[in-house]
Design a protein around this ligand. Structure first.
Ligand SMILES: Cc1cc2nc3c(=O)[nH]c(=O)nc-3n(C[C@H](O)[C@H](O)[C@H](O)COP(=O)(O)OP(=O)(O)OC[C@H]3O[C@@H](n4cnc5c(N)ncnc54)[C@H](O)[C@@H]3O)c2cc1C
Length: 548
């Protein structure tokens, strides 16, 4: 990275810290003082300001500019990438692939064009973040069907990167919940996904290499300002997977309700070496929240002095929590034991892992060994993650070289058919020993997808219904295992299990192996047909690890 680029990143981290400090009094009031002095159940509608509105006319003018920019890019003969700066998104890859490319700047597309509460739809530009979108829709008791858990993940990024979260065991990836999406082809044509279903099936997960997203109509569904969450202990991630199998099958057999309100609307888990905690729940009405709170159910908030969320889970796993005997009986899971129940303001629930990027922050000392004692200090984690979001942590991580980052930690999300989870866990134990692991079941979409989790019409068993997303984030505890070899082994293992890895991370396998994981012919044909070939950078070229 050029010194100039480094200085820009440091300046933008410093700016984020400054804004975080300015915001502190507001957060202190909202998250600590107001709940003490006034109604503890007063609603928190959002952690960030709501997305701004933009007129269709202004949007059309902005799109025209982007089309002109794309035309210039074609004339230059250079390959096109999105002109976001290094560390602005949530990729574990550096921006080296962008160095010789033509950057098309689309960041003006950051507003909402329409919110129709009646028909439960929001038309969004791609650079609207989920935090800004949910701050806009939640006061209307509505949320998208899938809300990825980092505050600054954008709608466009979640389409092109297959966004998931705890509603995904029912609602699949974010892109499958959209009504219609406007795309810009390599030829400069503006088209709608509904009129080009074959093309659309190859867009999600393609990382902007098939077509660019200009706007999208997001389906919204009823939600409330409170989540009731229960924490259940399982012996291992395998037991949690068995529970997921049961719940996914049950859901697939029953009436498919899409809303956030109810008992088993949310499901994810965190695996620790000593056991796995599954989190289940859904939104409750304010009246129910009040009744439950009066009967002793605690409220979890993330105030300025809060620890990272995964440590909250760990404390519950080791020390138990609040659970009434009735709830214990009522919620006796098949494989696990109910440890704790709590209420969480919905925006805090949605972005609970944003603090520290799950536990990704614990890898920072490996990137900057000379600052290791400061960077591994829990108080420092609390202060830093109070002030800045996960997006800024990525910027900090981008200050070191790819070699240092990739040589000291792993950040991978792996979608594995449920029967393959055991082998993946064994491999992790034998090689890296990375814990905790994030576990998030994701339903397969109902049509074939080039990069997503599509399935055939023929559902024979739970294996065809969903994949377990296993998030492996952090530095190996087994020490000394060469991570280059581990990455190659991991990619082979995931492919042999019939799984997929998330492409926000580097791909280590060569081009031929990479394309054996996907329908390369379909991808190339569509790039040819819609003018993406020789205009947008190819997918392998974008995600493969640069050597040296
Ligand atoms: C450790 C880690 C954990 C993660 N966990 C989760 C998770 O639990 N759930 C989840 O949903 N995601 C998760 N992600 C992945 C994240 O959602 C994806 O990387 C997502 O694509 C990031 O979106 P972004 O808005 O930050 O966009 P960026 O990172 O800027 O972009 C992502 C890709 O989309 C392309 N793109 C962006 N906008 C457009 C557009 N308008 N048109 C065409 N292409 C575009 C970019 O070129 C890029 O290839 C995780 C990532 C990491 C590193």
């Amino acid at each position: 990275m050029t010194p100039d680029r480094k200085i820009k990143i440091i300046a933008s981290v410093a700016w984020a810290l400054f804004l975080g400090i300015l915001e502190l009094p507001l957060r202190l009031w909202r998250d600590v003082l107001a709940p003490l002095w006034s109604d503890p159940l007063r609603p928190v509608w959002g952690l960030d300001p709501p997305a701004p509105y933009k007129s269709q006319r202004q949007h059309d003018a902005d799109v025209k500019e982007i089309i002109e920019h794309l035309k210039k890019a074609r004339e230059s003969g250079k390959e096109v990438v999105i002109g976001r700066k290094v560390g602005e998104g949530h990729s574990a890859r550096s921006g080296r692939y962008k160095e010789k490319a033509f950057r098309v700047d689309m960041t003006k597309l950051d507003s909402v064009l329409e919110l129709d509460v009646e028909s439960r739809r929001a038309v969004c530009e791609p650079f609207v973040s989920f935090s800004a979108l949910s701050s806009l829709t939640l006061p209307h008791n509505l949320l998208p069907l899938v809300v990825p858990e980092f505050r600054r993940i954008t709608v466009g990024g979640a389409i092109q990167g297959l966004g998931i979260e705890s509603t995904s065991y029912r609602n699949s990836t974010f892109d499958t919940t959209l009504v219609d999406t406007t795309l810009l082809t390599g030829r400069g044509d503006v088209i709608r996904s509904s009129e080009h279903p074959r093309l659309w099936r190859s867009v999600p997960g393609s990382n902007g290499t098939v077509a660019l997203t200009l706007s999208t109509e997001v389906k919204l569904t009823p939600a409330t300002e409170w989540v009731r969450l229960r924490y259940v202990k399982y012996a291992s991630p395998l037991e949690f997977t068995r529970e997921s199998n049961r719940k996914v099958e049950e859901y697939n057999r029953g009436e498919k309700e899409e809303n956030w309100i109810g008992n088993d609307k949310l499901m994810d888990g965190v695996g620790f070496p000593w056991g796995t905690i599954g989190m289940f729940g859904g939104c409750v009405t304010k009246e129910d929240a009040r009744r439950l709170h009066r009967s002793g159910m605690p409220i979890y908030r993330q105030g300025p002095a809060s620890d990272l969320y995964y440590r909250h889970i760990e404390d519950i796993g080791k020390g138990g929590g609040h659970v009434t005997p009735e709830a214990f009986e009522e919620h006796l899971e098949k494989y696990g034991e109910l440890l704790h129940e709590e209420l969480i303001p919905t925006p805090v629930y949605l972005f609970r892992y944003d603090r520290g990027g799950f536990w990704g922050i614990t890898a920072l000392p490996k990137f900057f060994p000379s600052l290791a004692s400061l960077l591994s200090n829990r108080i420092f984690h609390t202060v830093l993650t109070t002030l800045v979001s996960t997006a800024t942590l990525y910027k900090i991580a981008m200050l070191v070289s790819d070699q240092t980052r990739e040589g000291s930690a792993i950040l991978q999300d792996l979608d594995i058919p449920p029967s393959g989870v055991k082998k993946l866990l064994r491999w992790n134990d034998d090689t890296l020993g990375i814990w905790p692991l994030w576990l998030c079941p994701v339903a397969c979409s109902q049509d074939k997808r080039t990069f997503g989790l599509g399935r055939s019409e023929d559902i024979k068993s739970v294996e065809d219904m969903y994949a377990m997303n296993v998030g492996v984030y952090g530095a190996p505890s087994n020490g000394g295992y060469p991570l280059f070899d581990a990455n190659i082994q991991l990619e082979k293992l995931v492919a042999s299990l019939g799984g997929k890895k998330a492409l926000y991370a580097f791909v280590y396998s060569d081009r031929e192996v990479f394309w054996s994981w996907y329908d390369a012919r379909e991808y190339e044909e569509l790039r040819e047909e819609y003018g993406g070939k020789n205009v947008f950078m190819g997918l392998w070229e974008k995600v493969s690890k640069p050597m040296g």
